[in-house]
Design a protein around this ligand. Structure first.
Ligand SMILES: [Ca+2]
Length: 206
């Protein structure tokens, strides 16, 4: 009888640990005001993208999903998103964990504007110093403005000045997260001021 008691105890401990792990994993993925069933759906979708024989989502799959499911069209911006969400891994590879990918998709589907603002700002902030420098603004705008002539190059320079004048309220020559957030609060369209890193309006919710 004692043996069965021990087996049952071990079994319930395992069930508790498994449930706790699933719950922790979902909490890790997202606390953006999404309900668990939606986070569940996102994670199930992300798990389907894992390359056979690995636990990870490859860069190729990531590019394919961003392009064809989320209608992101700029290769440079897709790679900037990938690098940003892959950042901080000790053995940085050309793949993402299911959690990293799910967190991105949760950012896409949440209606929490602050989460989206933080995400977009971080992608634009290429060197991760917390400010968008003139150089970063230039690099981002180059992805949207074609530069085939001197005239277009001048247009780009003018555009950079216009953007800085619009956002850089303290005249520091850089854009900080508060300045960016304030601008987006004035008009939500400004969230993609420097390039599209969120799904467009044709994206249907998960
Ligand atoms: Ca920066």
């Amino acid at each position: 009888m004692q043996k069965w008691g021990l087996i049952i105890d071990t079994f319930s401990l395992l069930v508790t640990l498994t449930l706790k792990k699933t719950k922790d994993s979902k909490q890790n993925v997202c606390s953006y005001g999404l309900d668990y069933s939606l986070v569940d759906k996102v994670m199930t979708y992300a798990e389907c993208l894992v390359s056979p024989g690995t636990q990870e989502i490859s860069l190729t799959t990531f590019i394919y999903e961003m392009t064809f499911r989320f209608n992101l069209t700029n290769a440079y911006l897709i790679s900037a998103i990938f690098n940003k969400i892959n950042n901080g891994r000790s053995n940085s590879r050309n793949s993402l964990t299911v959690e990293q990918y799910s967190r991105l998709i949760c950012t896409f589907v949440t209606s929490d504007v602050d989460v989206k603002v933080n995400y977009v700002f971080n992608v634009y902030d290429l060197d991760g110093d917390g400010f968008l420098s003139k150089h970063e603004v230039h690099t981002m705008l180059m992805t949207t403005v074609p530069q085939n002539s001197e005239e277009q190059d001048d247009m780009l320079k003018d555009l950079i000045e216009i953007v800085l004048k619009l956002v850089d309220r303290d005249g520091s020559g850089t854009i900080d997260i508060d300045e960016f957030r304030d601008l987006v609060k004035k008009d939500a369209l400004y969230i993609e001021l420097l390039g599209q890193v969120l799904p467009d309006s044709s994206f249907t919710q998960m």
